[in-house]
Design a protein around this ligand. Structure first.
Ligand SMILES: [Zn+2]
Ligand SMILES: [Zn+2]
Length: 408
C-alpha cells in the first residue's frame, strides 16, 4: 500500500508552481489570479500563508459550489468533517489562496477559468482524504537472471479525485501468484544513456528562489519575467542565452559576491525586519551601502575584462553557423538604417545575405537545421507568443517560393 497525503493550501509559490505545471507561465498566472481577485472570485493571491485561519468558514465556501459543475465534489465533501491540511508557514497577513465566490465557466476566458478551476480544486483537495494505492513488486527469474516489475493500482482516489493534475501513471499488473510460471513472449535489449538533470521550469525555479530567500512572493515572477525580456533566457524550461552565460562567468570571476544568493537574501531579510520594526531603516541603508561599495569597487577595477567577456557573449549569441559561400561565421547584423539581416563576417569579400523580420527580439536557439546547419531563430514580440521562424535559409527559400507563385 502506498498512501499520498492531500496537498497543503496554496501560497503564492505553490500556486505558481501548480499553474506552471499545467502550462501557464508564472507571470501570466499571477496576472490572471490578480484579475480573479479584483473581481472577487478568489482571495488575495500574494501570500506566504499555508494555514487557513480559524475564522474561515469552509462549509460556506464549499456550499457555493453545490449548484456548479463541481456540485458532486461539493456534495461529497460536505458529508465529511472538513478538516483541512496545514502547510509549514503560518502568517496573519492574508489567508492561503482560496475561492471566494462562484463564477461559471462561460463567464471567464479559457486561461482565467483554468486558474480559477485550479484554485477551486486545490481548495477541495485540502479537505479531502488520502489517496491510497496498492503497490505490487514482482520479481521474475529468467534463466537465473533477475527481472523486476513495479505496479500500482488506485484503491481510493481520495484527494486526487478532486485534484486530477499530474496524476502518476497507474501501471496495472495482472493478478499473479507466488511461484507462478510465466511465459517469456519477447526479449528486447535497450541501449540507454544517463540523462543530465533536467532544466528548471518556471514553477520549480520559483520554489528554488523561495528556498534560497531570493525575491518575495510579489517579485519572484517579475524577476523571471525580466530575465526573459532582457534575453538572458528563452523557452520554458528556461534556457540561458550565451550573453547570460558570459555575464555570470565574468561576474563570478570579477565580482563573485553578487552572484551568490547570500547578499540578496540578506537584503530581503532586512526588508522584513524593517517592516516588523526589528531594525531601523538607517542601519540597513548603511549596511547595504557598504556591501554595494565593495561590489562596485570590484566591478570598476575589472571593467575592461568584464566588457570584453560580455562582448564575446553577445557575439556568440548572434552566430548562426558557417557561411555556405566562404565558410566564415554568419551572424545577425544590423544595417546602418537600423534593419536586421543575416550576414557573413567575411564581408566585404563575401556578400552572403538573408533577410530577417523588422521587429521583435531575435533569439538564436540551439536547435540546428539539418540541411543548412544553421541554428533556428525565434522572434519574441512583447505580449505575443514567440514566433518560431526556424532556419533562416529555409524560411527565405519558402518565402521565395510563395513570391514566385504570386507572379505566375
Ligand atoms: Zn561568406
Ligand atoms: Zn535550413
Amino acid at each position: 500500500m502506498r498512501v499520498e497525503k492531500p496537498p497543503t493550501p496554496f501560497n503564492t509559490t505553490e500556486f505558481l508552481r501548480a499553474a506552471s505545471s499545467i502550462g501557464i507561465t508564472t507571470s501570466v498566472a499571477m496576472r490572471l489570479a490578480e484579475g480573479l481577485y479584483v473581481n472577487g472570485f478568489i482571495s488575495y493571491p500574494r501570500t506566504d500563508n499555508t494555514v487557513y485561519p480559524s475564522t474561515m468558514n469552509a462549509k460556506e465556501i464549499i456550499s457555493l459550489f453545490l449548484k456548479s459543475e463541481f456540485s458532486e465534489h461539493a456534495k461529497t465533501l460536505l458529508k465529511t468533517k472538513l478538516v483541512p491540511t496545514k502547510g509549514k508557514k503560518e502568517t496573519t497577513d492574508h489567508p492561503p489562496i482560496h475561492p471566494s465566490s462562484l463564477v461559471p465557466r462561460d463567464q471567464l476566458k479559457e486561461d482565467e477559468w483554468k486558474i480559477y478551476e485550479l484554485v477551486v480544486r486545490r481548495f477541495f483537495a485540502t479537505f479531502a482524504g488520502e489517496t491510497v494505492w496498492k503497490t505490487l513488486k514482482v520479481l521474475i527469474d529468467i534463466n537465473g537472471e533477475n527481472f523486476k516489475a513495479n505496479g500500482a493500482r488506485l484503491v481510493d482516489a481520495g484527494w486526487r479525485g478532486y485534484y486530477p493534475y499530474n496524476k502518476p501513471e497507474d501501471r496495472i499488473l495482472p493478478v499473479l501468484e507466488k511461484g507462478q510460471k510465466l511465459h517469456v513472449s519477447k526479449i528486447e535489449l535497450l541501449d540507454k544513456e544517463t540523462q543530465p538533470p533536467s532544466r528548471y521550469g518556471q514553477g520549480r525555479l520559483i520554489k528554488l528562489m523561495e528556498d534560497l530567500g531570493l525575491g518575495t512572493k510579489s517579485t519572484r515572477h517579475e524577476i523571471i519575467g525580466k530575465l526573459y525580456s532582457r534575453a538572458y533566457v528563452h523557452g520554458n524550461p528556461l534556457q540561458p542565452t550565451k550573453i547570460a552565460m558570459s555575464l555570470i562567468d565574468s561576474l563570478e570571476k570579477y565580482a563573485s559576491t553578487i552572484t551568490e544568493p547570500d547578499m540578496t537574501k540578506k537584503l530581503e531579510e532586512d526588508m522584513d525586519n524593517i517592516a516588523e520594526g526589528r531594525t531601523s531603516e538607517d542601519s540597513v541603508v548603511e549596511e547595504s551601502r557598504t556591501m554595494l561599495e565593495a561590489v562596485f569597487k570590484d566591478l570598476s577595477a575589472n571593467k575592461d575584462q568584464i566588457s570584453q567577456m560580455l562582448k564575446e557573449g553577445v557575439h556568440e549569441d548572434k552566430i548562426l553557423g558557417k557561411c555556405p559561400l566562404c565558410n566564415s561565421d554568419i551572424i545577425v547584423r544590423r544595417s546602418r538604417k537600423g534593419g536586421r539581416f543575416v550576414g557573413c563576417t567575411g564581408y566585404p569579400d563575401c556578400t552572403f545575405l538573408l533577410p530577417l523580420p523588422k521587429t521583435g527580439q531575435i533569439i538564436v536557439t540551439d536547435k540546428e537545421c539539418e540541411v543548412h546547419k544553421l541554428y533556428h531563430i525565434k522572434i519574441i514580440n512583447k505580449g505575443r507568443r514567440p514566433w518560431e521562424l526556424g532556419c533562416p535559409q529555409c524560411n527565405f527559400e519558402q518565402w521565395q517560393k510563395t513570391q514566385q507563385k504570386k507572379q505566375t
